[in-house]
Write a protein that binds this ligand. Sequence first.
Ligand SMILES: *Cc1c(COP(=O)(O)O)cnc(C)c1O
Length: 456
Amino acid sequence: MPKTMIEPFRIKSVEPIKMTTREQRGKLLEEAKLNVFKLRAEDVLLDWLTDSGTGAMSSAQWAAIMLGDESYAGARSFFRLEAVIQDITGMAHFIPTHQGRAAEKVLFTAVCKKGDLVPNNCHFDTTRANLEFNGVEAVDLVIPEGLQPSLVYPFKGNIDLGRVEDTLKQHADRIPFGMITVTNNTGGGQPVSMANIRAYSQLLKKFGKPFIMDVCRFAENAMFIKMREDGYQNKTIKEICQELFSYADGAMMSAKKDGMVNIGGFIVLRSDKWLDSVREILILTEGFPTYGGLAGRDLEALAVGLVEGLDEDYLRYRLRTAEYLGEKLEAAGIGFVKPTGGHAVYIDAKTVLPDMPLDQYPAWSLCNALYLEGGIRGVEIGSVMFGKHLEDGTETYHSMELVRLAFPRRMYTQSHFDFAAEAIAEVKIKAHLVRGVRITKQSRYLRHFTAEFRWA
Ligand SMILES: *Cc1c(COP(=O)(O)O)cnc(C)c1O
């Protein structure tokens, strides 16, 4: 067989994307106050803002949509999805929610109390926010390798077991459960090894604590295990997932990721200990336990999507797309978080704009430059997102200036990635022309979504 890895699907339905001129993009960006969040999506050529709920559904999923049973209680679609989820996770109880953060809100409200502490490799931002909203301390304990962007290490999402043990010893009475996020989104979409998950689960068991997984990208994580961890080369992705879930007492998922759907989420629980209190909150905030904030057709699409997401050819291609763009960036002398993760590439803006002072926000400026050059929309993960504007008018800066390009599932082809690589390399060649920015307007929380800028 030829070596080129092709998209393992053909295209049945197309959505045109709009070409714009550089001059038009310049005007559009200025109208958006130099903030790509404020652009209209139709003015973007390659929209790599997020992989969440943005992917393409298959013909089988669209067909399943017509089978949706929209009964309020006890719908056939619920039982179909329940059987699929029980098969993959081995857990008895399935609780649908409308997306991932709703699953977090329902579970944390039912199980956590003020003053609690929850360890994780890295809490995703909504996970952290939902814990903190309940007065719970969210502690990130990823291994030190996971915090070094240019270090190549196979499982940079692993949790630091030594620090977990210390935390369990010191705060046992405050910890309602331990968590792990697969793959570690906040840490660059990096995988967690099966050995790490197994050892973590044994540690939690020793201290009598349940183990809850955040499994948004469990299939991508399983593929990394198959490719990188000894003993898994000859196992199917489903077998690897089943082993992974066997160590947990429960899990939460945003189905907008590896569920291959545009909306959806769920909680699964092994025992019925928390079930009544979880269902109570679910009915209060999401809906009846057999639909939980989703339509019957959404449940059907997810039942098909979860199975399609385990397909090895698909996953191999999926992980290869990020790696492929990484190789092209490497050749152009552009730094990025290594190795590339499952769903995104994180460009190190300081390697493209080494001379730009931090107070002109290099990663934000690179984001703008990528839009101007190629109509590409990424997201800044740097000092606009994580820096702070202090009372005395001074600014704090983030340790890294990254631009994340996150890839919707089954949506962009190899030529889109070639195009993007050319555009990014061109921005580096013309780096001296890239203009920095200054903030003209900002809010106190999550300022990156709404901040306004002018050219520096
Ligand atoms: C997306 C995501 C969530 C939240 O899910 P939503 O569907 O966006 O509410 C939680 N955890 C992780 C790791 C995620 O990537």
